[in-house]
Design a protein around this ligand. Structure first.
Ligand code: FES
Length: 170
């Protein structure tokens, strides 16, 4: 988390109240951070820095501890996902087979600089993930339930176009 003094204005108060209620119902909130963060993610869809800070203050633990938990578990999402989230494995097997070049090609094709993870139209997002257990197919990426294996940078435009076509078909 780069900034910690963030505005809470963008967070829906009704949803925050649900988090409050959960925290207050727990005998040991600081020992139940994962449960609380799951709830927060199910309410907001992801865990932006200001929401992590809110949880930290509510529970009474340092923001760094909350962020440590969020970063550690891959099921927690820190950035909003697009309709099609492209999860690119950067685990060792994928990395040595060129995953970084595939990632770079997606960034170029989708016009997404490093600090951005979602396209402005909300259609695509990119997530860098750890091993997804398909190393034999390295480099691997996942979009929804579909796994793509042995992906080369040259395949990237076609993959993106496939999802753009799906959108046009409605
Ligand atoms: S390292 Fe990428 S699937 Fe295992």
């Amino acid at each position: 988390m780069s900034k910690i003094d963030l505005s809470m204005d963008a967070l829906d108060p009704a949803k925050l109240k649900e988090i409050d209620a959960l925290v207050e119902s727990l005998p040991d909130p600081s020992g139940s951070l994962i449960q609380i963060l799951h709830k927060a993610q199910s309410l907001f869809g992801y865990l932006p820095p200001e929401l992590q800070l809110y949880v930290a203050r509510k529970v009474g633990v340092p923001a760094a501890r909350v962020n440590g938990v969020v970063s550690f578990y891959s099921f927690f999402i820190e950035n909003p996902e697009g309709k099609y989230n492209i999860a690119i494995c950067l685990g060792t097997a994928c990395f040595v087979k060129g995953a970084a070049e595939v990632l770079e090609k997606f960034r170029t094709e989708l016009n997404l600089p490093k600090e951005k993870s979602r396209t402005d139209d909300g259609l695509f997002s990119i997530a860098e993930v750890r091993c997804i257990g398909a190393c034999a197919l390295a480099p691997v990426l996942r979009i929804g339930d579909k796994i793509y294996g042995h992906v080369k940078p040259a395949d990237v435009p076609g993959i993106i176009q496939h999802y753009r076509d799906l959108e046009e078909e409605g």
